[in-house]
Ligand binder design. Sequence first.
Ligand SMILES: [Zn+2]
Length: 301
Amino acid sequence: MPQPIAFSGNPLDRDERHRRDAAFLAKSLQDDATRVLPFWKLAPLVRDGAEKRLAWATPAILDGHAGPDPVFLGIGDGRAHFAVDLSAHADPLVEFGWAGAASFPDLRATVGLLPPSEGGIAAQARHIVDWHARHGFCPGCGERTRPKDGGWSRTCTACGAEHFPRTDPVVIMLVTDGDRCLLGRQKGWPVPMFSALAGFVEAGETIEEAVRREVREEAGVEVRAIRYVASQPWPFPASLMIGCEAEAASREIAIDANELEAADWFTRDEVRAAFAAPTGRLGVPPPLAIAHHLLRGWVEA
Ligand SMILES: [Zn+2]
């Protein structure tokens, strides 16, 4: 695939040995060379101006910080990298003197403007910061949990159970029938955008079984020859998009109106035209979405 997929390509070394090394982590948080990525309400700090970059701070911002512990992301350029959730602060831009130089924009709207490697770091950081914000209590006994291993697990203070951050797999599949592909649209999407069908992998299900079930449920179409193409971290809040292709084994569409507003077959020429500009019948998903890459790969094959 020619263009990098948004949120992929995180260059940090996540070596687990560093997470378990409490002395290393403590020393890193005293080191001015260490980089700390502030988050506020699940948005990363990004430099203002024409060239968007993540706005890294130093561990000095942690002095007097009363919120959650920083999470260790990994090593890059010989330096430790952390993320910290400043959501407990009313206005960190003013409090830390960043106003006018940086801001906390929505990550989905901003990732396309960041260097791709920084989008990968932001995905890792948003996913783990959000996990900590929502896992303060043990699902087993209801008591408080505490972060461990640089923030890559939480341990219950009462029953000792250890909890790990989850990643939720989602299948997203481009179903083709020779020179046509099957696309659907959900209510509320901008008109005339259609995209590849998608859905969560359920408990006890393979990727192939999830692809087959989702296409049958959403569009009433049977598929075969399911093939993995590429994947994408999707930290809203904790998904992994698993991009697949499949061949149609039936052609008649019967949509599930709870899932889709419409589904239809589109020819390669129609999709190619929509990449240039939305047509009366079809707009393609934005480059942010892995569906964009699946479609582009298909029309350019
Ligand atoms: Zn517990």
